[in-house]
Design a protein around this ligand. Structure first.
Ligand code: ZN
Length: 215
């Protein structure tokens, strides 16, 4: 059974610790929403200065054309030492953005910046469906997701193309290549009976099974 929002607006808030987190973690999902009516996408990236900041500002609108994104200049790799600043930034953002879906890093991500952001989401947006995206990395922290969003072959390839185009400062990294991005989406596709997919974990999901409308 596929569960999908029945109607009404979908306000998606994408949270990233670093420029490229959002696009790697849920770029295919955002591409799939481009032609869906009543969808808004807002991004908040906690770190990023200079070229990295510019990359983050231009990347998200490539994946979802009407997206807006704000990039803060908090210290990369040091977010746990700036817990108050991160919490305040999220709380300030929450007064301006009223999401129906939050996409954020996993609460058990091996990178300390991702992990902190993932864990703080539920302390700020307490009653909003939150899906935690995954980011492949050297640390080897991937787990089996418990939620999936299918990604078409066209959008999977477009995601990879846009990642290369949007983050030129990262393309020389030894792990940054088509095979990693496509391969992970292909594995998640196999797990959810699709060509490609993105995997998410959710701590709590409330199902409105009595909310079905008759045909
Ligand atoms: Zn990151």
């Amino acid at each position: 059974m596929t569960l999908a929002p029945t109607h009404g607006r979908l306000s998606v808030l994408c949270l990233g610790a670093h420029p490229d987190d959002i696009e790697i973690g849920c770029g295919g999902t955002l591409l799939g929403l481009r032609r869906t009516p009543d969808v808004t996408v807002t991004g908040l990236v906690l770190t990023g200065e200079g070229e990295r900041k510019q990359e983050a500002e231009s990347a998200l609108p490539r994946f979802f054309p009407r997206a807006t994104v704000e990039v803060l200049g908090l210290p990369d790799g040091r977010l746990p030492g700036h817990w108050d600043a991160v919490k305040s930034a999220l709380e300030s953002f929450a007064t301006r953005v009223d999401p129906t879906l939050v996409l954020a890093p996993r609460v058990d991500d091996a990178h300390q910046d991702h992990r902190l952001l993932g864990r703080l989401v539920s302390t700020v947006w307490r009653d909003v469906l939150t899906l935690h995206y995954e980011i492949p990395k050297w640390d080897g922290d991937l787990r089996t997701p418990n939620h999936y969003v299918h990604v078409s072959g066209e959008n999977a390839r477009l995601k990879v193309e846009l990642l290369h185009k949007s983050f030129p400062s990262q393309v020389d990294r030894d792990w940054w290549d088509d095979e990693l991005f496509l391969g992970l989406m292909r594995v998640r596709g196999v797990e959810s009976r699709s060509s490609y997919a993105e995997g998410f974990s959710a701590h709590k999901v409330v199902l409105g099974l009595d909310g079905r409308r008759s045909a």
